[in-house]
Design a protein around this ligand. Structure first.
Ligand SMILES: *Cc1c(COP(=O)(O)O)cnc(C)c1O
Length: 425
């Protein structure tokens, strides 16, 4: 796989000198910083090429063989490839590759499985859930009655006795599993058992862990869940977009809830890029890449722990971890840490930790992920170095640190840049 960032934008420079410098600056930013945002990645040159192709010109409302526009024969070929490759990767009966995003995929499942006012049991946002699973101001929270489960206060992992109790008490129509910030293996089968016991459908959202599921490094929900949704742009390393997988019995309904239920014309350039990313995911190197993501996450977590840090739930099984800032840096908020590390060239996001006492705009945690840095070629040694840099920056700030915070950020920034030069995109 070649990662593309030698993108020159020569033609854009000639025709639109206003946008050109901004686009150029973004290429530089990605080259010169280490991406530790758990939901991001660097796509291949082939995926980028498809995204910039004439497939963006075509309307293809409908599905292969049943389109509402003429001239769709090449659209059908591409969409069939994408669907078949998704089925091959995940072993599902049916795949819909048209969702514009992960949130759109989830919305289509809601429209297929629920009536407005029905109850959904889903993971609390403050405990790692996603906004499309029931945030009050999202379509999920506006249309449905949301009941949340969280993690156990002690273990910071799922407590199935408590989840079963909530399911029995509230009798949801749909149980949603999957998360944006949960560092441990998710036992999808037990969630399916609970769903079955209370007569709920089970939607597993594997947006974050799709690459791990694709390569058998995380248990797959395909056999036990009714619906499986995903993004294609996180660990799966494809273009920005969504994916729905389900049993044959739900196929027609799911397809109709995407089009015409909630979308018009599919983004055919994205679907071409999804097909290519799926082909990449079927190669043996992709499994090696996913293993390295996990090894890198463990190495980073261990490096941080060796500096006196606390990792939520005591570690990680997947591509991400949540750093609890309070023990090692009691006065530092997630927002400050995000800003300072960003200035030093390490891009992270602040995140609530379970039972966080700070506001969502401040937070006591950071979410750190390794998919993008691993694509770049960074391995355990570099991860340990990044752990040292993170600690150095966070120790150096504020008057009580007794050091020159700005100088430390500058010094670390230079070292980060030199690592970036060694691992070009
Ligand atoms: C990222 C994510 C999504 C969807 O993201 P979009 O930004 O809408 O593509 C859905 N569910 C989970 C759990 C996610 O982490």
């Amino acid at each position: 796989m070649t990662v593309a960032a030698e993108t020159s934008f020569d033609h854009i420079a000639a025709v639109d000198p206003e946008i050109f410098p901004i686009m150029n600056a973004e290429v530089r930013r990605q080259q010169d910083t280490i991406e530790l945002i758990a939901s991001e990645n660097h796509v291949s040159k082939a995926v980028l090429e498809a995204l910039g192709s004439v497939f963006t010109n075509k309307y293809a409302e409908g599905y292969p063989g049943r389109r509402y526009y003429g001239g769709c024969e090449n659209m059908d070929g591409v969409e069939d490839l994408a669907r078949n490759r998704a089925k091959q990767i995940f072993g599902c009966d049916h795949a819909n590759v048209q969702p514009h995003s992960g949130s759109q995929a989830n919305t289509a499942v809601f429209l297929a499985a629920l009536q407005p006012g029905d109850t959904i049991l889903s993971l609390d946002l403050a405990h790692g859930g996603h906004l499309s699973h029931g945030l009050r101001v999202n379509i999920s929270g506006l249309l449905y009655n949301i009941v949340s489960y969280g993690v156990d206060r002690k273990t910071e992992q799922f407590d199935f006795n408590e989840i079963r109790r909530l399911a029995r008490e509230h009798k949801p129509k749909l149980i949603i599993t999957g998360a944006s910030a949960y560092p441990r293996t998710i036992d999808f089968d037990t969630f399916s058992e609970i769903a079955e016991e209370v007569g709920a459908a089970h939607m597993a959202d594997i947006a974050h862990i799709a690459g791990l599921v694709a390569t058998g490094l995380h248990p797959s929900p395909i056999a036990s869940a009714d619906y499986v949704t995903s993004t294609t742009h996180k660990t799966l390393r494809g273009p920005r977009g969504g994916l729905i997988m389900c049993k044959e019995a739900y196929a027609k309904k799911i397809d109709s809830r995407i089009f015409p239920g909630s979308q018009g014309g599919p983004l055919m350039h994205c679907i071409a890029a999804k097909a290519i990313a799926f082909h990449e995911a079927l190669q043996p190197e992709f499994a090696t890449y996913q293993e390295q993501i996990i090894d890198n996450a463990r190495a980073l977590a261990e490096a941080l722990v060796s500096k006196g840090n606390r990792i939520v739930s005591g570690g990680t099984d997947n591509h991400l971890m949540l750093l609890d800032l309070r023990p090692a840096y009691p006065n530092v908020t997630g927002q400050q840490a995000e800003d300072w590390l960003g200035a030093a060239g390490m891009i992270v996001n602040k995140n609530m930790i379970p039972f966080d006492e700070r506001k969502p705009t401040q937070t006591s945690g950071l979410r750190l992920g390794t998919p993008a840095a691993t694509t770049r070629g960074l391995k355990e040694d570099e991860m340990r170095q990044i752990g040292v840099w993170i600690d150095r920056v966070l120790q150096s700030q504020g008057p009580e640190s007794g050091s020159d915070g700005a100088a430390t950020i500058e010094a670390v920034r230079a070292e980060v840049r030199s690592m970036c030069d060694q691992f070009p995109l």
